[in-house]
Design a protein around this ligand. Sequence first.
Ligand code: IPE
Ligand code: IPE
Ligand code: MG
Length: 245
Amino acid sequence: MPPKNRIPRHIAIVMDGNGRWARRQKRPRFWGHKRGVERVRSTVEGCIDLGVEALTLFAFSTENWRRPEEEVSFLMDLFMSSLKREVKRLHKNGIRLRVIGDKSGFSEKLQATIAEAEELTKDNSRLSLNIAANYGGRWDITEATRTLCHQVANGTLAPEQITEEILHEQVTLSDLPDPELFIRTGGEKRVSNFLLWQMAYCEFYFSDLFWPEFDRQALDLAVSSFEGRQRRFGRTGDQLLEEED
Ligand code: IPE
Ligand code: IPE
Ligand code: MG
C-alpha cells in the first residue's frame, strides 16, 4: 500500500461504461446500471481501506435527461432503491452521504429520501461520500455566481470583494479538499461537465475497463499511478526537490 501522504485525499470518479458492458454480454443497458451499483459498494470499501477522505461519484449528469425516457426513469428508481437499501450500512460504517446537484429536478419522494439519508449520516467522518446527481460543473458555478449576485444586490458584498476564495466558498463541496485524483472508466477521455471548478489542479486517470468491471485491483492501480506523479502547481520540478531536502 502506498505511504499515507501519497494517497489522494479526495477521489472523483465518472462511472462510465455500464451500457456498453451490458451490451457486450447481450443484456439490456439497465442490467449494466444494476451491476454498476455493486461497484459503488466495493469502491467505497476500497477508499475506506486506503484512507481516502472523500469520494465523489458522478451518477447522473444534467445532460443525462436526454436519454430515452425508460432509461431515465429506471435510473431514478435505481437511485431511490439503492439509497434506501444502503443508507443503514453507510451509517454503520461511519460514512457521511451527500447528494450534490439540482435536487429540485427529482420527484418529491426521492428528494425526501435523500434528505433523510443526509440527515442520518451528517455527523459521520470516516469517509465523505458524495453522489453527483442531476449535477453539472457549469450548473455548480452558475449557482455559486447567483448566490454572490444576491449578496451584492442586498449590499452585503461589494463586487471588488469577490475573489477566487469567495467564489470557492459557494461551489459544492467547498468544505472538502479539492479532488486530487479523477478517474474515468469506460475508455472515453473527457470530463463531461463534472466538477469543473474543483478539479483545476486534479490529476487525471483513464481506465478502459467498463464501470461494472472496475474492481479493487483497478482502484489500487489508479491510486498507484497518482503516487508516482510530481504535482508542481506551477512551480518547477527543481524547486520541489529543493523543498524536500
Ligand atoms: C454510466 O454508464 C452511467 C450513467 C451515465 C448513468 P453509461 O450508461 O453512460 O454507459 P455507456 O457509456 O453507454 O456504456
Ligand atoms: C457522464 O457519463 C455522466 C455519468 C457517468 C453519470 P456519460 O456517459 O453521460 O457521458 P458522455 O455523454 O458520454 O460524455
Ligand atoms: Mg457513457
